[in-house]
Design a protein around this ligand. Structure first.
Ligand SMILES: Cc1ncc(C[n+]2csc(CCOP(=O)(O)OP(=O)(O)O)c2C)c(N)n1
Ligand SMILES: [Mg+2]
Length: 623
């Protein structure tokens, strides 16, 4: 074995920040911050009488009479510019927004810093775009929303970034400091309200605090388990002058190394196991470590199961891949995990869905959790047999160097390979989705997946919305490369199209396909106009069954009234054309391929409206 892992060239390099260092200050600024006359704010005292105070780093105190100032140069920059420069130096390239009058200076500053502001039709979609763009670049991208109304709309994306462990930056324009606490126009406590959805939330009260908190926030969201940052920026703070810079987010390659003893222990368990398995998640994708995971899996003859909505973590056509866990998993996936004598959970947070309602790993199973934040006992959950705090790539590097030269039991390895072949054959059979007779009405959803598989190249990016339609792709599509799938582990409807727009903006040369139901697509379909205007060209497949099918399924299963789950028709192809995109209507299987090939070849945003009969309840309940 050599030190260089892996036969497959599948890893993708993260996007590097444009400037590795800080953005240079044009003028050497004084270290001591000067309080400008313009920053003096008027706030009421306890009795309601306004008094004049100067915002400061500490408690607000009445401004003392000051001696004449020495002739110091003006601070070199403004708060808005310093933040924009800090974000750009952290790798931000895109800022999705519905603009508000509360942060116009930031838009200017973003332009100046080389961050492209993109107007959207709804902040929820803007936040999804920033979330997806952050996933794809590996660096924090931004959503900008104004005060409580914009922030409330954006909150679904902040929650999704939290569940997806995505370090996006959500900036909310806040009320002027002088109005704070008065229930001013669109004012609420954003830090403690919507900010509680994020990993960190700040509302700086003065310029130097802004620099400190933004620097701290950028560091915090890429340190440990990543998550979103909420910055509430009072409108009148943005144009204040400030000395110093925001410290950019550190590069993610600085994640913690694994304890060598623990690595060896895990390798021993895996090497000696009869039915070991690796459950791999987003941490491997974020660390760009797929190639190393393939190498480890091959060296040990241990199969890999992908965590829910992380199917692109391992090449799905590899003999060692045994499927994706969670909703719509092929039945063999769960069984294989149950049968495992050792499970290595690598870079996955073991969500409710991925862990099959927290039942896997089982209480009696031996398992190791290698993650930036491994599970510990609590909330009724047991701790792993071995918890290792580590970045997935650093764990894999350590494992690889330990494995070098190690003699694995050849007989055991052969036995495992033979079992793996059987398991793989079982999985392939259980995950076929295009089988069975169907001549309409409408399309066979599994044949749509087969058409996608036949026509999309390995580097195509697929995004998904939430809903039962997603089951066919979840089970049947084979992702071949990392960074080719975006799906919200929050299960948020409305994600598919916005994520695809972000993907298409970042990768204009790659095909991008969004999948959505008629319910979820309608939540963010106005963004088609954003795609047209901004030159993105995703192809959206809308599986139209005329209802909130997932909810209807639950109602039927539980013997409840069928209510509030029916939807009326929308002609999505006409709607697409009205927004300047292409629109296709597909009513039978024969129409799938021609529409797909034409849409993909067009280089324009396109919607393919697929009629789906309600008899197709789910990938498990077919007509
Ligand atoms: C924002 C949001 N609201 C509500 C839900 C609950 N929900 C889950 S699936 C679903 C129905 C999805 O309908 P559709 O997009 O038409 O897909 P289908 O299930 O019919 O295939 C709903 C309402 C959700 N996941 N996200
Ligand atoms: Mg539907």
């Amino acid at each position: 074995m050599t030190g260089e892992p892996g036969p497959t060239e599948v890893d993708q390099a993260p996007v590097e920040p444009a400037s590795q260092g800080r953005v240079p200050a044009e003028v050497v600024a004084p270290l001591v911050e000067t309080v400008e006359a313009a920053t003096v704010a008027s706030i009421p005292d306890a009795g309601g009488t306004p008094i004049e105070v100067a915002p400061s780093d500490g408690e607000a105190t009445p401004a003392p009479a000051r001696p004449p100032k020495p002739a110091t140069p003006r601070p070199a920059t403004t708060v808005a510019k310093a933040i924009a420069d800090g974000l750009a130096a952290s790798g931000a390239r895109l800022a999705f927004t519905v603009p508000g009058e509360s942060f116009l200076s930031l838009l200017d500053a973003f332009l100046g810093a080389g961050i492209r502001p993109v107007a959207t039709r709804h902040e929820g979609a803007a936040a999804f775009m920033a979330e997806a763009a952050t996933q794809l670049t590996g660096r924090p991208q931004a959503v900008l929303a104004t005060r409580t109304v914009g922030a409330a709309n954006a909150s679904i994306g902040i929650h999704t970034a939290r569940q997806d462990s995505v370090p996006m930056v959500a900036i909310m324009g806040g009320v002027k400091r002088v109005h704070k606490g008065r229930e001013a126009f669109q004012e609420s406590d954003l830090v403690n309200g919507i900010g509680s959805l994020a990993k960190r939330a700040f509302e700086p009260g003065n310029p130097s605090e802004a620099l400190r908190q933004v620097s701290e926030g950028l560091k915090a969201i890429v340190t440990g388990r990543p998550g979103p940052l909420v910055l509430v920026l009072p409108e009148d703070l943005l144009d204040e002058r400030v000395s110093g810079e925001v410290t950019p987010a550190p590069s993610s390659s600085q994640g913690p190394a694994a304890d060598r003893g623990a690595v060896r222990q895990i390798l021993k368990w895996l090497a000696a196991s009869e039915r070991g398995v690796i459950l791999a998640g987003g941490g491997v994708l974020r660390a760009r470590a797929t190639k190393r995971l393939v190498a480890l899996s091959e060296a040990l003859a241990i199969p890999v199961v992908a965590s829910w909505r992380r199917a692109d973590v391992f090449p799905n056509d590899h003999a060692n891949y045994l499927g994706m866990a969670g909703y719509w998993a092929a039945p063999t996936v769960r069984q294989r995990l149950i049968d495992a004598d050792v499970i290595l959970v690598l870079g996955a947070r073991l969500s409710e869905v991925a862990s099959f309602n927290y039942r896997i790993p089982g209480r009696d199973q031996r398992w190791a959790h290698v993650d930036l934040e491994p599970r510990h006992a609590g909330h009724g959950l047991t701790a792993p047999t071995l918890a290792v705090i580590a970045d997935a790539s650093r764990f894999l590097d350590a494992a690889w160097s330990d494995l070098r030269g190690a003699a694995l039991d050849a007989e055991m390895r052969d036995r495992r390979l033979a079992r793996m072949a059987t398991d793989r054959a079982g999985y392939v059979e259980a995950s076929r989705v295009d089988t069975g007779d169907w001549s309409g009405p409408g399309v066979h959803p599994g044949r749509v997946v087969a058409a996608l598989q036949a026509h999309l190249p390995a580097n195509a990016i697929i995004t998904t919305d939430a809903g039962n339609f997603a089951g066919w792709v979840a089970r049947g599509y084979r992702f071949r490369r990392p960074g080719t799938f975006l799906g919200p582990t929050s299960g948020a409807m409305g994600f598919g199209l916005p994520a695809a727009i972000a993907a298409s903006l970042l990768h204009p040369d790659r095909p991008v396909v969004a999948l959505a139901g008629d319910g979820g697509f309608a939540m963010t379909m106005a963004e088609l106009e954003t795609a047209v205007r901004e030159g993105a060209h995703p192809v959206v497949l809308v599986f139209d069954n005329g209802h909130y099918g997932t909810i209807r399924m639950h109602q039927e299963r539980e013997g409840r009234a069928i209510t509030a789950s029916d939807l009326g028709p929308i002609d999505f192809a006409v709607m697409a054309r009205a927004a300047g995109a292409l629109g296709f209507t597909v009513t039978d299987d024969a129409g799938i391929e021609p529409a797909l090939t034409e849409a993909l070849a067009s280089g324009r945003p396109a919607v393919i409206h697929l009629s789906v009969d309600r008899a197709w309840v789910s990938v498990d309940k077919r007509p």
